[in-house]
Design a protein around this ligand. Structure first.
Ligand code: ATP
Length: 329
């Protein structure tokens, strides 16, 4: 049996939650949640007159039907591995020693996985991201990572999560887009925002390295542009978060699953886009999206070049001096 994005029903993680009295790690079991269809309200942009037909759709694009089999019963057991990265909303780790229970799918079809752990004050942001992974199911494995589910558990009073305190965010009071971007915030999101005692995670396919500072050849730039094109076919704008930190290489290290061709362009990408908590579902045409993505992506690659130049100058002050010929370097 193949391991699908909806095969896992529950997850037990070791080395994530600590018993505050003894400082020992205790295994914690998290249960899969179904993301309510209306969790993220779409934004409707009225069409002022027919000349905007090329840019604004009459209605919000429908979510393509899921092609996954019915929800599975598998239980996944894993240990928190190496820290990979963090952001305003989450901390991301590799998963080690991944095991599935005996009734589960073929372990050969399980790729390397990571866990994206919501910060305690960013539960709504992770829920929002889970909704976008569902919305973009048809792009999982081609332009975005495969997402193996959203899982939660209530922590008990004597439990703590060292991942939160060891990787603190610079500004813990920063505004939460998940609660501010939508006119009518879903009641579940308001409840989540009020809580600090919930462990909430996404289990994702492990992608490769980030797009590095420097100049990138045309084929890389066009591959990345095409990731945004794919997303725009679903009426999804991620224009607010076009950054090289959100472009990762497609998985390469075994075990990994092959990249799938885009259902929209047929292109098999070498890159993936991540991080959808700032995304918005809206009734724009792909042409309208393309106009805004074009400039964002061009700027991103220009910034990557500039960043590399600055890194070089900082690492070798003589290079700065060389610009002024009296240098003694
Ligand atoms: N599927 C993945 N595979 C490998 N690395 C990942 C994956 N997802 C995230 N990462 C790493 O973790 C980092 C943080 O992830 P991400 O940007 O999704 O977090 P965030 O908290 O939503 O960030 P932000 O501050 O941008 O909202 C990424 O920059 C990337 O390096």
């Amino acid at each position: 049996m193949t391991f699908h994005q909806n095969s896992i029903k529950s997850v037990t993680l070791d080395a994530l939650v600590q018993d505050s009295a003894t400082n020992d790690f205790v295994p914690v079991a998290l249960h899969r949640l179904t993301v309510p269809l209306d969790l993220v309200p779409a934004r409707y942009h009225p069409r002022p007159d027919p000349q905007f037909d090329r840019l604004i759709l009459e209605s919000i694009p429908e979510r393509p039907p899921s092609l996954l089999p019915p929800l599975g019963e598998a239980h996944l057991h894993a240990r928190l591995g190496k820290f990979i990265g963090d952001g305003h909303s989450s901390v991301v780790f590799e998963l080690d020693d991944v095991q599935l229970d005996s009734s589960s799918p073929d372990p050969q079809s399980v790729p390397r996985l990571v866990v994206k752990i919501a910060r305690s004050n960013r539960l709504a942001a992770l829920a929002r991201e889970a909704w976008f992974y569902d919305e973009m199911e048809c792009l999982q494995g081609s332009s975005i990572a495969r997402c193996y589910g959203w899982f939660e558990v209530d922590l008990s009073s004597g439990q703590s999560v060292p991942a939160w305190s060891e990787h603190p965010v610079e500004d813990p009071d920063e505004r939460d887009f998940a609660l501010e971007s939508d006119k009518n915030v879903h009641p579940d999101q308001l409840k989540r925002a009020a809580r600090r005692d919930v462990l909430s995670i996404l289990v994702l396919e492990r992608l490769g390295e980030r797009l590095q500072p420097g100049s990138h050849p045309d084929d890389v730039q066009s591959d990345v542009m095409s990731l945004y094109e794919d997303v725009s076919h679903l009426g999804i704008s991620i224009a607010q978060d076009v950054r090289r930190q959100n472009i990762l290489e497609a998985p390469r290290d075994e075990p990994c699953l092959p990249s799938l061709p885009s259902p929209f362009t047929g292109r098999t990408h070498s890159w993936r886009v991540i991080d959808f908590e700032l995304s918005v579902k809206i009734n724009y045409t792909p042409l309208q999206f393309q106009m805004s993505y074009d400039s964002h992506v061009v700027h991103m690659f220009q910034d990557a070049e500039e960043e590399a130049r600055l890194d070089y100058l900082l690492a070798s002050p003589c290079a700065v001096e060389d610009d002024y010929s009296d240098s003694e370097c």
